[in-house]
Design a protein around this ligand. Sequence first.
Ligand code: G4P
Length: 529
Amino acid sequence: MTDEYLNRRTFAIISHPDAGKTTLTEKLLLASSAIRLAGEVKAKGERRRAHSDWMSIEQKRGISVTTSAMTFEFEGNVFNLLDTPGHEDFSEDTYRTLTAVDSAIMVVDAAKGIEPQTRKLFEVCRLRDIPIITFINKVDREGRDPFDLIEEISDQLALDVTPKVWPIGTGGRFRGCYDMDHNRVLLPAEDSAIGFDRAVDVSSPADPRLDDLVGAEIMEEVRGEMELAAEGYSAFDLQAFREGTLTPVYFGSALRQFTIAELLRDVGKYAPPPGMQKARIAQGIEEKVPPNADYVSGFVFKVQANMDPNHRDRIAFVRMCSGKFQRKMKLKVTRTNKSLAVANPIFFLAQDRQLVEEAVAGDIVGIPNHGALGVGDTLTERDGLQFLGLPDFAPEIIRRVRLDDPMKSKQMKRAMIALAEEGASQVFTPTLGSDFYVGVVGSLQLDVIQERLKAEYDVAASLEVCGYDAVRWLSGATSDIDEFIGKNRNAVAHDRYGSPVFLARSQWEAGYTEEKNPKLKFLKTRERV
Ligand code: G4P
């Protein structure tokens, strides 16, 4: 039994593109001393991009398509930060990454409020009751009224809100922030080389020293605001936060380094350590696995191909869920019932990778493999244990894969399956004909697939519009499914696990067919087993 997991904080940052996620990530790392110079996160990204010309799409579009993990320490806690790709056009990956975290920081642009992607990601968090800490960024710029922003969060996301750090002026009148819990004013850095805000203790917002520190005129306004803010909203309630119904709100500036340490401190203080994870232990029997169970367990939430096209190995990102993992341990992959000796597991540090000697619940471990691990797999010492809740999403875009060189069909099949195993796309083999279909959630993935087929597998293929617009997994008695397949051979395909799917020409047709076949279920999501 171990209680080491209690200081793990495994979280993600969710936001709309441009709200400041990259800047905040960098500043959190700086505050924790995981990196020393501002600009390293981006610089590192660029260096990495320069090396990985297999993914020239990243360069072309200037975006990071891949998800990564970062581990750092601060004030006795170990933080595991999982990156959710910031582009609007995200994939299933993004959703699944959120199944591996225990909390999230939601970054909101003070000028824009809740934007569409923030909302979408928030909804995913809500499905799992993930506690959310809100960071309202860019208060150094002209933004919306703080109360307006708070009301919007409360109304649109149906959350209780507790202001924790309040802005002292915004835009041209920005003077600093006020930590309402600790009665500290956060002032511009004295030492510009360090650049972080400097906290000065006061007795309360009424403390007359504040007039000298930030100016009497602005304090006159902000004092009243802070009183209203303290009285007008719910008091912070740890349980409500951890249940996902209340969010503490921090105003700050990632760029100017205001409210970074406060945010990190409170992620450490309030965000939950790893909790119980839902699993199936035998056919039809579910159980919750506690983080201090005496057996090691974890699940794969992402698989990433090696950046180097000469090496076909991949890295599976495993979220540990219980026990104490030790290097060289043999763990069983429940899906295949095969043992895997985990010889070279890695931790992802901000600037480095490190061999993992030990890991506990909450930790993110990278396991290099040649295809033994797929997204959704459970790795464990306990026979038959399978974590639940890692869904496949019905793709919204379906394309027929057309090979430019028909001689390469075998190679293509292998490549498509390998890409699908990474979890960002799905492959379907129709009952009739020799084509393949590929399905994705966001259209960016189509470009990624095409690019990678060429760069990594030397297969040129086009992805053609094929008339199908929706996919549904078929569920029901085998005889009913067989009967349906018999009647709809043209429109039935199988996913790479051999499960039958119905290919519909429209969402409407999917619904209509479902109505006409009441014995079957037409599923939009499916849990992998
Ligand atoms: P993202 O990862 O969420 O997409 O956002 P990112 O951090 O890249 O930030 C988007 C832009 O917003 C960047 O400007 C960044 O400098 C700016 N920004 C982030 N935080 C703050 C803040 O607290 N205050 C102000 N004023 N700006 C902020 P850019 O010009 O697009 O990029 P760059 O050239 O500065 O890198």
